[in-house]
Design a protein around this ligand. Structure first.
Ligand code: TEU
Ligand code: CA
Length: 536
């Protein structure tokens, strides 16, 4: 369809290329593999795919360390393979959003190679360089998200450079106008190639505070052991005011390509004001990807609190909610494997756009891996305090056989296929009309076809007007109204009198929800069992 605001309320399916489908049999997923399996994605009824990085990279952070912003890594294929992917996606009615990691590059990017050569070269200030303190220590106390200092000493320049992630991911200096222009030109390259938008990696990390003052320490009770990002308040390292003007430039570029969209990863906690500033008024980003449900365990109070805090921002802020991605423990494990459909049903009731992560439609739990199998430098650095990110990155399971149909049986995939995933493989679930996958398709089609769900306003129902453990929202679009309830407790029937909540509305009734019994009516009370969702 030709709507330019297709992204509003859309469902986006995230593909992690290394682990989706291996077409050439080397044990690593690739672009032709994705293209070959796009039918599966289209069959879900989603609007778009977001493809995690497939650009030229030494793969220290599995592609989030780019050494050529316009090249496809040979491991994943060629630029022609990417063109074929876009064509096939468009044929199937899927938009294509690609990841752009603009905040930092790989240390093997020619820009950094040049920048580190001396203090006077043409790209000397393209990265963030600072002199050591008189005692030789780094310029300040800033810490990297993956542990340790955010500064690494370079013996050649005899200076430290900034990196918010791995030492091999030097931070580009966005205060430099040429850096801004170079990255905007890279975006234009992909827009000209026909992509429909960008997922902007750590979009709130583009700028740092040039005064290089220490970050304030976090209060003890807010520190999460093993999460270096929680050790100090990133006051000077993220969400700097200069970013607003840059995002306006970025938006002006996107607006030259009608229908092109952006979803900015607003990394970290307490980023509500940033989400508002980045999306309100439609002059910067289209969508703010929030971390606020990435740790959720499906508790009614927790969910209500997240959404209540978000609601304080007003209607102009457009979120993109996700329960899972390639960085966090899979939601089926956090919510409970038997509640995979419930989790998606609740997600589908929310105002905003939605991201689903590959395998979420199958109900895949987090994979358990031996230390010897770990690949993620973050997980390896901080093992065993941190589980790391490999457990959500094991290959997709297409068939119930060795290696799950992801790669040939004789080949060793880059991460082992998790044994317990095999019975949940796509082919197995496709053969079963009552499978979770079948239900998820129905659910996503329901969401996709409902304007009130995609665009409607949202009012949270106060916990005081609901039984314990029940979460609820009311969505409204013009005359249409939808009440979404979910019993997120572990025991006990919840009884709800809806006459109060739906006062003044005539002719309302419960809707048939995929995989859910209709709620029973006892007298004037509707009965919800644990794990049951109901829409009216
Ligand atoms: O993630 C940003 C981010 O904040 C993560 O570092 C997160 O804190 C971490 O994965 C621990 O859960 C983005 C990408 O999604 C991630 O894969 C990259 O490693 C990171 O940026 C650096 O580019
Ligand atoms: Ca491959």
């Amino acid at each position: 369809d030709a709507r330019h605001d297709w992204w509003r309320g859309a469902t986006i399916y995230q593909i992690y290329p290394r682990s989706f489908m291996d077409a050439n049999g080397d044990g690593i997923g690739d672009l032709p593999g994705i293209t070959a399996r796009l039918d599966h994605v289209a069959s879900l009824g989603v609007d778009a795919i977001w493809v995690s990085p497939f650009f030229t990279s030494p793969m220290d952070d599995f592609g989030y360390d780019v050494s050529d912003y316009r090249g496809v890594d040979p491991m994943f294929g060629t630029l022609d393979d990417f063109r074929a992917l876009v064509d096939r996606a468009h044929e199937l009615g899927l938009r294509v959003i690609i990841d752009q990691v603009l905040s930092h590059s790989s240390d093997r990017h020619p820009w950094f190679q040049e920048s580190r050569r001396d203090r006077t070269n043409a790209r000397a200030d393209w990265y963030v360089w600072a002199d050591p303190r008189p005692d030789g220590n780094p310029p300040n106390n800033w810490m990297a998200a993956f542990g340790g200092r955010a500064w690494t000493f370079d013996a050649r320049r005899r200076q430290y450079y900034l990196h918010n992630f791995l030492p091999s991911q030097p931070d580009l200096n966005f205060h430099h106008p040429e850096v801004q222009q170079a990255q905007l030109d890279n975006l234009r390259f992909w827009l000209d190639l026909g992509v429909d938008g960008f997922r902007l990696d750590v979009v709130n990390f583009y700028f740092h505070d040039r005064r290089l003052e220490d970050n304030p320490p976090m209060s003890r009770e807010r520190i999460q052991p093993g999460n270096p990002q929680s050790y100090q308040f990133p006051q000077h390292t993220i969400s700097q005011p200069e970013n607003l003007a840059f995002l306006e430039r970025l938006r002006a570029l996107l607006d030259e390509y009608p229908g092109a969209t952006t979803v900015g990863e607003i990394a970290g906690n307490d980023q509500l004001p940033t989400m508002a500033a980045y999306t309100q008024g439609d002059r910067r980003l289209h969508m703010a990807y929030t971390f606020d449900l990435l740790g959720s365990t499906g508790d009614a109070t927790e969910l209500h609190d997240v959404l209540a805090r978000f609601a304080t921002l007003g209607d102009g802020t457009w979120p993109c909610w996700a329960l899972s991605n390639h960085d966090v423990e899979r939601s089926a494990t956090r919510w409970g494997e038997h509640r995979a459909l419930l989790a998606l049903t609740v997600l589908c009731s929310l105002r905003g756009s939605l991201c689903l992560y590959q395998g979420e439609e199958l109900g895949l739990p987090e994979a358990e891996l031996a230390y010897e199998d770990l690949q993620d430098p973050f997980g390896i650095n901080l093992w065993p305090e941190v589980k790391g990110r490999d457990g959500c990155r094991t290959p997709m399971v297409w068939e119930d056989r060795s290696n799950g149909g992801f790669c040939p049986e004789a080949v060793r995939p880059w991460l082992p296929v998790f044994e317990r995933h095999l019975t949940l493989a796509v082919a197995r679930q496709n053969a079963d009309p009552d499978s979770l996958l079948a239900r998820v398709r129905e659910l996503l089609q329901l969401r996709g076809g409902s304007e009130v769900l995609r665009q409607g306003e949202q009012a949270l129902i106060e916990p005081a007007s609901l039984p314990d453990d029940v979460f609820g929202v009311i969505r409204t679009l013009g005359e249409r109204r939808l009440l979404c309830l979910a019993h997120l407790g572990r025991a006990g029937t919840a009884r709800i009198d809806l006459d109060g909540l739906l006062a003044g509305i005539a002719g309302w009734q419960p809707l048939d929800l995929p995989g859910m019994d209709l709620p029973a009516l006892e007298g004037t009370e509707w009965c919800l069992e644990p794990g049951q969702a109901a829409w009216f």
